[in-house]
Ligand binder design. Structure first.
Ligand SMILES: CC(=O)N[C@H]1[C@@H](OP(=O)(O)O)O[C@H](CO)[C@@H](O)[C@@H]1O
Ligand SMILES: [Mg+2]
Length: 554
């Protein structure tokens, strides 16, 4: 490494010392922690992003957000050139960088990594990193740390894109690397144009039993609400009312947002009983998750939740219908559905009954996205509302060719419309990562296309009662799993204990795994009644505590 580069790294790294006694891990969705201890991590991720840009000779993204976590937390993650999550191959290096004890250690690690991976490094090289952050107050200072990290690598430049949703930044990175228009106004224009196109392509003959033209959206007091206010200016034919838009006094994610609504099954702050009868939706703190809900009458604050699994099912119905309208090739198009073990069992049954290929991956979009990309059309969703629809380049190319042909028959005409609809969906729904804003517009236009109310949609199947609990333990990593996290490998015998609890309940299912974003073990259970699901979750949680206490004492 050249002397000037070495000096630049040493000088800036000493301004960001590692906080004592913490160990950082890249986790399910990047590094997350209390914002007060994150400056050194974000600085080092800035360096990492520059190296990734040098290695791939492409634009890379760096997003500062802790999504649905409390406002005092923050986090940082990297977008790869495709707009997807950073390759998992670089995660061990990310961990090593974040935990390097001093500038000397950091320098050695970088030097070795650059050599081992043949990274073009030094004068004459060019790297570019787009930086984004959510509305957290700690974001501004952390963004400065990221900038300094990027700039510590000679030849790298950091471009501050301002306050963005996570999916906006991923979208921009993808567009930049494809040589497409990539500004925020391009993003808004693409979404509203594609929405308009799908509105125009609705069949006039479908009878609609809908009276509700309005959707009310909870913006989690974060960036999503703010951006939706802008997006809706270009959206015609749909009334969107934004609440908890991040402009007022409300605290980010406090009793609001998609995570709260999905986990508690209660309506968010800013909503009330008078909203029953209106279609409602909720975004999370960085607007990559979306759930719908209906406020129930009574004083319970309870909602009927329409979660990510139901959004997935709605999308699958629509896509399958369009595929059946395509005259030729339809047998050959590979459509795949990707879920995690958190998907409600009733949703998986429903999708399988539709003759769809359903696969499970471990938790985290990086796994779901990778799997979905193997299909011509891959639809993936986590139950918590994070997901999208991916179209392969080959299939899009085929659709474009199909669309250019002149049709003479009515079936040919319908096929052409279906091809146009699929092309519009590929422009509306974010191809880089799950995106609540584009997901919202797609749900809305599909409901209009089908003439469905939210109640009709919710009736597709009935969720099995489920319960999720968090267990605090000394070392959550003592739990290792296999089979898309559905089976425990260690500690030994824990799986047998879970099996014996599951066997006590009709339609019982339960699994446990260490969270990748919080210091807890997550326990999931479902069964034919709520009482049974609660009881199953509780007894499995007891086993987790017991076995982990044994594991740590050994
Ligand atoms: C059960 C659950 O909702 N887990 C979430 C949560 O991951 P954990 O590893 O479970 O903490 O945050 C991830 C990032 O947002 C999200 O992808 C994932 O689905
Ligand atoms: Mg999020």
């Amino acid at each position: 490494m050249a002397a000037d580069q070495q000096l630049a790294l040493f000088q800036t790294a000493s301004a960001f010392p590692l906080p004592p006694g913490v160990k950082f891990s890249y986790g399910t969705a990047g590094f997350r922690a209390d914002a007060s201890i994150l400056a050194s991590t974000v600085f080092r991720v800035g360096i990492l992003a520059s190296l990734r840009s040098l290695k791939t000779q492409s634009v890379i993204g760096l997003m500062i957000t802790a999504s649905h976590n409390q406002v005092s937390d923050n986090g940082v993650k990297i977008s790869d050139p495709s707009g997807g999550m950073m390759t998992q191959e670089w995660e061990p290096f990310a961990d090593a960088l974040a935990n390097a004890s001093d500038p000397d250690d950091l320098f050695k690690l970088i030097n070795q990594f650059v050599i081992n991976n043949n990274i073009p490094f030094g004068r004459g090289q060019y790297a570019e990193v787009l930086l984004g952050r959510d509305t957290r107050p700690s974001g501004k200072a952390l963004l400065e740390a990221a900038k300094q990290g990027v700039n510590a690598v000679i030849g790298a430049i950091a471009v501050d894109m301002g306050i963005l949703t996570t999916p906006q930044l991923h979208w921009m990175v993808r567009c930049r690397n494809k040589g497409l228009k990539a500004s925020e106004s391009d993003y808004f224009a693409q979404l509203s144009d594609a929405f308009g196109c799908l509105m125009d392509l609705r069949s006039q003959t479908i009878e609609t039993n809908r009276t509700d033209s309005k959707v009310i959206v909870d913006g989690a007091n974060g960036v999503g609400g703010k951006k939706l206010e802008e997006l809706k200016q270009g959206v015609k034919g749909l009334e969107i009312e934004v609440r908890n838009s991040g402009k007022g006094e409300g605290i980010l994610n406090a009793g609001v947002g998609a995570d709260f609504v999905q986990k508690e099954k209660l309506f968010p702050g800013g909503f009330g009983e008078s909203d029953s009868g209106t279609r409602c939706a909720s975004l999370d703190g960085d607007a990559d998750r979306l759930v719908y809900f209906c406020v129930l009458k009574g004083n319970s604050k309870k909602v009927d939740l329409v979660d990510g699994d139901k959004i997935l099912s709605l999308f699958a119905i629509f896509i399958k219908e369009q595929m059946s309208l395509l005259e030729e090739k339809k047998e050959k198009i590979k459509l795949g559905i990707v879920q995690t073990a958190y998907a409600n069992g009733a949703s998986t049954d429903f999708l399988k009954q539709m003759d769809l290929e359903v696969v499970l991956t471990p938790t985290g979009v990086k796994y779901l996205h990778e799997k979905a990309a193997e299909y011509d059309i891959g639809i993936y969703f986590e139950a918590n509302g994070h997901g999208t629809i991916l179209f392969s380049e080959n299939f899009l190319h085929w659709l474009e060719t199909r669309n250019a042909e002149v049709s003479h028959t009515s079936a040919g005409f319908e096929a052409q419309k279906a091809a146009l609809r699929l092309l519009a969906v590929s422009k509306l729904i974010n191809q880089a990562v799950g995106d609540a804003l584009s997901g919202l517009l797609l749900v809305e236009v599909i409901l209009l296309y089908l003439g469905w109310s939210i109640e009709r949609w919710n009736e597709l199947y009935q969720d099995l009662p489920s319960r999720q609990i968090k267990v605090s333990v000394a070392d959550r990593m003592a739990i290792t799993t296999t089979n898309a996290e559905t089976l425990v490998v260690t500690p030994p015998c824990l799986q047998e204990a879970i099996n014996s609890e599951v066997a006590k309940h009709s339609r019982g299912r339960s699994f446990v795994r260490p969270s990748g974003t919080e210091n807890v073990v997550r326990v999931y259970a479902e069964a034919s009644t709520q009482q049974a699901a609660d009881c199953l979750a509780q007894s499995v949680a007891e086993h987790v505590k017991h076995f982990l206490a044994l594991a740590t004492s050994n």
